[in-house]
Design a protein around this ligand. Structure first.
Ligand SMILES: Cc1ncc(COP(=O)(O)O)c(C=O)c1O
Length: 373
C-alpha cells in the first residue's frame, strides 16, 4: 500500500512551486489551475476550492440562500459532518432512509418529503463511492422546485451514465481530507455550472470578492475558506492519476464483488446499473451470517485484524450516533440505516490497490474465519 501517494510527480510539483517563490500567494496559479482542471474533469463549468469538505457544503447552502426555518434532506446513514454543515447555516436536517443495496439515499423516501414547503434542498451522498440514483433525484428535485446538491466526498471521479458525479444537481461538494481519494490533508472543492451560484460561492469563500477580484455584485460579506497554493499543487498530479487509479481499484472491486458473494455470511453491496465508473473511497459489504451463535461483526473484524486484513465497521445510523442523536434523533425511524449501522464492514481505498492476489488470499482467510477454521 502506498498512502498517501508519495510519487515523483507530487514531489516535483512541490519543488517547482517552492523554486518559483510563489508558495505564499493567495489564490495563485496552482489554485486557479486546480479549480479549472477539476471542474472540467467533473463535467462542470466552475470549480471553487475550499479548505475542507464540511465547509464546501456550508458555502453551497449559504449561496443558495438556505438558512433559518429551512429543511435540508439528508440520508440517515452518512458521515457525521453533514448535519453539522446544515445546522451551521441555521437550517435543520430532515433525515430519510437509504437503499439496502448500496446505502445511498432512497429516492422514494425523498419523494415523500420533498413537497414539504420548508424543504429547500436534498443532499445526495455517494456514500463509500456508491453513486446515488442521481437522474431520479434530479427529476424529483426539479419537479418539487428544490435544489439537489451532490456530496461526492467519497466518490471523486465516479460516473453515472458516463457523466461524472458533481454535475447532476445545482452543485457538487468534494473533500480532499486525509483519507480521501485525492488528499492534501485538508481541502475541498465545489463544482457547479451555474454562473450565479459560482459567483456567490466564490464570494463566500474569498471574503466577498467576485471571481474578477472586484467587490461582488451580490454584496455578500463572505469569509476566508480558501485552499492554499501548497495544498493545490499537491492535488493536480493526483487529479491526473485519478482515472488510472480508479480503474486499478475497479479491477479489485469486481473481484471482491464476486468473491464476497460466494462466502456464506457476507453480502456485497450492489451498484445501480447505470453507474459507469466506480470511484470508491471504501469497499463496503454486509456482515450477514444466517446461523445462530456465530461470531459478532466486531469479533469478525478483530479476527481479520489478527490475519492483517484491514477491515473496519461502517458508520452508525444517525439515530444511534452519540454525537448526533441528542440533537437530531427525533426525526424518524430508519430500518435500513439502523441495520447497516450494525452490519456494514468496510475496507479503506488504499488497500484496494494491494491487488487481486492479496485479496484472493484475504478472502480465503475471511471464509475460514466464518467457517470456524
Ligand atoms: C461524505 C462526506 N461528506 C463530507 C465530509 C467532510 O469533509 P472534510 O473532512 O474535508 O471536512 C466527509 C469527510 O469524511 C465525508 O465522508
Amino acid at each position: 500500500m502506498n498512502w498517501p501517494p508519495n510519487n515523483q510527480a507530487i514531489l516535483e510539483a512541490i519543488h517547482g512551486l517552492f523554486d518559483s517563490g510563489q508558495w505564499w500567494i493567495y489564490k495563485g496559479d496552482a489554485v486557479r489551475e486546480l479549480e479549472r482542471a477539476f471542474a472540467e474533469a467533473h463535467g462542470s463549468r466552475y470549480g471553487v476550492s475550499v479548505c475542507n469538505g464540511t465547509v464546501a457544503l456550508e458555502v453551497v447552502l449559504r449561496a443558495l440562500g438556505i438558512g433559518f426555518g429551512d429543511k435540508v434532506v439528508l440520508p440517515a446513514y452518512d458521515y457525521y459532518s453533514l448535519p453539522k454543515s446544515v445546522s451551521n447555516v441555521g437550517a435543520s436536517p430532515l433525515f430519510v432512509d437509504v437503499c439496502k443495496e448500496n446505502l445511498t439515499i432512497d429516492v422514494g423516501q425523498v419523494r415523500s418529503v420533498v413537497r414539504d414547503r420548508s424543504v429547500k434542498a436534498v443532499v445526495g451522498v455517494h456514500i463509500s463511492g456508491s453513486v446515488a440514483k442521481v437522474d431520479e433525484l434530479a427529476d424529483t428535485c426539479n419537479a418539487a422546485g428544490v435544489h439537489l446538491i451532490e456530496d461526492c466526498a467519497q466518490a471523486t471521479g465516479a460516473a453515472y451514465d458516463n457523466r461524472r458525479v458533481g454535475s447532476w444537481g445545482r452543485a457538487g461538494v468534494f473533500s480532499f481530507g486525509g483519507v480521501k481519494l485525492m488528499t492534501c490533508g485538508q481541502g475541498g472543492m465545489i463544482t457547479t455550472s451555474d454562473p450565479d451560484l459560482y459567483e456567490k460561492c466564490h464570494a463566500i469563500v474569498n471574503r466577498g470578492m467576485s471571481s474578477s477580484w472586484q467587490h461582488n455584485p451580490y454584496s455578500i460579506v463572505g469569509c476566508n475558506y480558501q485552499l492554499s497554493e501548497l495544498a493545490a499543487v499537491t492535488l493536480k498530479p493526483q487529479l491526473d492519476m485519478l482515472e488510472e487509479l480508479c480503474r486499478a481499484r475497479e479491477r479489485v472491486i469486481s473481484f471482491l464483488d464476486k468473491a464476497i458473494a460466494d462466502i456464506d455470511g457476507l453480502t456485497p453491496m450492489s451498484q445501480f446499473p447505470r453507474t459507469t465508473c466506480r470511484a470508491q473511497m471504501r469497499y463496503s459489504f454486509y456482515y450477514s451470517p444466517a446461523r445462530e451463535g456465530v461470531i459478532t461483526r466486531e469479533e469478525f473484524i478483530a479476527e481479520a485484524h489478527k490475519r492483517d486484513i484491514p477491515l473496519m465497521p461502517g458508520y452508525a445510523c444517525v439515530s444511534r450516533d452519540p454525537s448526533l442523536f441528542e440533537e437530531y434523533s427525533g426525526n424518524g425511524i430508519f430500518p435500513v440505516a439502523l441495520e447497516a449501522g450494525e452490519r456494514v464492514v468496510t475496507v479503506h481505498h488504499p488497500y484496494l490497490l494491494n491487488g487481486i492476489d492479496y485479496w484472493n488470499e484475504a478472502v480465503g482467510s475471511l471464509r475460514a474465519i466464518l467457517s470456524g477454521r
